[in-house]
Design a protein around this ligand. Structure first.
Ligand code: PMP
Length: 389
């Protein structure tokens, strides 16, 4: 066993696929300290830079005095803190749904939701680039799995037509794909739902707080707010905190409370996370300036990178994939960027398909003009040196 593990790890090292943890300290919303050197963080998912906003931090701090550091029990067994109800109600209202349920994190939410709402004899149609948590949720469900081409509603329809399963049909998709930054064709997918009577489960982890006029997420872009059968998103990205939630009709939420194993058999989140999430939500609920500032940065960086000749694929928002291809070359680019004080980590298989390794740049609200100009200039320099542009 030890030999086998050793050989696999050696293989990862030889091929540029080895991962090691980098221990850092935060210095500000966008700067970090690593090995005693300051870096600009170009890969945070805190799109609105709210994780250090004083209202958010103070809310977390204050809640510890009231609730303590941890909950130390599952919500179904030892009572559910009142703050859960407030946050569930407010997040559901914000996103246009009737009812909500908080999960410990997005990974557990996806696994809990999908494995609970589907059953043997059903079929799940899943986008080929869906997040690992959605892949694992499908593995854990007893339903049959059909993979459709990434973002391809025509292929999805072909597969829906062909399928002879008697049970219920489900479509599983991210709204904004986490590694490609592109948006699912939600309008077409929604039409297929109506045409074929399929249920949609949407993962809006990267859309929430970022897309739509009010910033409620990708559904808003398509005039479909609150229309999915099941919706999930996280507090750990634009909202700058931790945790996740499912939104649906009250009966679905009631069913999840009764049967979702990743909800039932785990300790509830610490209330400091919920208090921080609630404070973030209240900041962005009636104030789009956070999102507007983010989009100013997105537009600026994208325009400059495109002008320099980078191929940003179909991405449309804060996630910018700079696809390099080979693992080793991607790591080399990462190291060159680190030398320039830029923290942008290589993303390699199995996170992305073989041969599609990349630098996944994320643009956040907290970048200054100076930060962005320096990052753009450095990316262009290294892009040219490595013949990517
Ligand atoms: N869904 C998507 C699309 C994600 O990108 C992620 C996390 N990167 C998750 C779910 C899981 O969320 P969490 O980090 O809260 O477990």
């Amino acid at each position: 066993m030890r030999n086998r593990i050793y050989e696999i790890l050696e293989y990862f090292k030889e091929t540029g696929n080895y991962r090691s943890l980098k221990y850092i300290q935060p210095l500000s919303a966008t700067k970090i300290l690593y090995n005693s050197k300051e870096y600009l963080n170009l890969c945070s998912n805190s799109y609105l830079s709210l994780h250090v906003h004083p209202d958010v931090v103070n809310a977390a701090r204050g809640s510890i005095d009231k609730y303590g550091a941890g909950t130390c029990s599952s919500r179904s067994v030892s009572g559910s803190m009142d703050l859960c109800k407030t946050l569930e109600h407010e997040i559901a209202e914000y996103k246009g749904y009737k009812s909500g349920l908080i999960f410990s994190n997005g990974y557990m939410a996806n696994i809990g939701i999908v494995s609970t709402i589907t059953q043997e004899g059903d079929v799940i149609f899943t986008d080929e680039l869906n997040h690992s948590s959605l892949i694992d949720s499908t593995r854990l469900s007893r339903a049959k799995k059909v993979i459709y081409r990434h973002g391809d509603a025509d292929d999805l329809e072909k597969k829906l037509k062909k399928d002879k399963t008697k049970g219920k049909k489900f479509i599983l998709t991210e709204s904004v794909f986490s590694m490609d930054g592109d948006i699912a064709p939600l309008r077409e997918i929604y039409q297929l739902k109506e045409k074929y009577g399929v249920h949609i489960m949407l993962d809006d982890a990267h859309g929430t707080g970022v897309f739509g006029e009010k910033g409620t997420g990708v559904e808003e872009l398509f005039g479909l707010s609150g229309r999915m059968d099941t919706h999930m998103a996280t507090f750990g990205k634009a909202l700058g905190s931790f945790g996740a939630f499912a939104l649906a009709d009250p009966v679905v939420i009631e069913f999840l409370i009764n049967r979702a194993r990743t909800f039932m058999y785990t300790t509830a989140l610490p209330m400091s996370s919920l208090a921080a999430s609630l404070a973030s939500l209240r900041l962005i609920e009636n104030n789009t300036s956070f999102k507007d500032e983010l989009w100013r940065n997105i537009d600026y960086m994208r325009k400059n990178l495109l002008q320099a000749g980078f191929d940003l694929k179909n991405s449309a928002g804060p996630i910018v994939p700079i696809v390099v291809g080979e693992d080793k070359k991607t790591v080399k680019m990462q190291d060159l960027l680190m030398k320039k004080g830029l923290f942008l980590q290589a993303i390699r298989p199995p996170t992305v398909p073989e041969g599609a390794s990349r630098l996944r740049l994320t643009i956040v609200r907290g970048f200054t003009m100076e930060d962005m100009d320096y990052a753009i200039e450095s990316l262009i320099d290294i892009g040219r040196k490595t013949r990517l542009i």
